[in-house]
Write a protein that binds this ligand. Structure first.
Ligand code: NAG
Ligand code: NAG
Length: 248
């Protein structure tokens, strides 16, 4: 579900070609887990009560929990906050076939301490070649299940929609709601299990890890949900949640 054709050989690494960031330096990232504590996806805290992630990370409210303040998923660091989600809002027009509108908001109980990620304004463009950073946990092996690990991060340039959508690459599969990032030589990428996590450019979450083909393939950059296309939807969804609560 996470990356369409992550072959065993390509996908044994988390964040391909990346490095371990300074522990707890990326504090808005959360791990979305099953209630059995299996890491499923990444996400970003956008305020004390809301997480942004990918719609394809929707494993259902009853099965999901959110862990904030983590670095190593195996070692207890004392900074972890486990919180249950209260409400899921996958984008109503999310299309599983085309991966269009692959974005979801999760309302959580109040966190005691948080660091939040900034979002771009509605429609804000991000230029080809701009360097961004994607972070995540993810699988070490799709075969043996999940082996929790420490957070990884990698810096990648934005690839133009024209190149990413060309017949040599995703051949028409890129919509206006997607952005691509990666090196034309390959070698660095997000991969299976990094889904839902943040692609941060100019200090803002411009992308949510969405899909791809293989990982770190020279021909196929990683594809991200373009968060700037959803800034109004995000603000409206949060506003409507509270106005609905007041009426009830
Ligand atoms: C998803 O997109 C495809 C291709 O545009 C379309 O045929 C299909 O009806 C869409 N599915 C949904 C659930 O909207
Ligand atoms: C990608 O190509 C398809 C097919 O030609 C087109 O419908 C779509 O709008 C293109 N995407 C972008 C972002 O230009």
């Amino acid at each position: 579900v996470l990356f369409v054709s992550c072959g065993l050989l390509l996908c044994q690494e988390r964040i391909v070609g990346g490095y371990a960031p300074v522990p707890h330096s990326i504090r808005y990232i959360v791990s979305i887990q099953t209630t059995e504590r299996q890491h499923v996806c990444g996400g970003s805290l956008i305020n004390k009560y809301w997480v942004i992630t990918a719609a394809h990370c929707n494993i259902g409210l009853d099965r999901m929990m959110i862990v904030a303040g983590d670095y190593s998923l195996t070692i207890y660091e004392g900074t972890e906050q486990e919180i249950l989600p209260q409400h899921l809002v996958p984008h109503p027009e999310y299309n599983k076939t085309t991966n269009n509108n692959d974005i979801m908001l999760i309302k959580v109980r109040k966190l005691s301490y948080v660091s939040v990620a900034l979002l771009p304004r509605q429609g804000a463009p991000i230029a080809e070649g701009r360097m961004c950073r994607v972070s995540g946990w993810g699988y070490t092996s799709p075969n043996t299940g999940l082996i929790p690990a420490t957070l990884r991060t990698v810096k990648l340039p934005i690839v133009s929609a024209r190149n990413c959508n060309s017949s040599e690459s995703f051949d028409g599969g890129i919509t206006d709601n997607m952005i691509c990032a990666g090196y034309s030589t390959g070698g660095k990428d997000a991969c299976k299990g990094d889904s839902g996590g943040p692609l941060v450019c100019e200090g803002r979450v411009y992308g949510v890890v969405s899909w791809g083909k293989g990982c770190a393939d020279a021909q196929f950059p990683g594809v991200y949900t373009a968060v700037s296309k959803y800034r109004m939807w995000i603000d409206d969804t949060i506003f409507n949640y509270y106005s609905k609560c007041k009426k009830d």
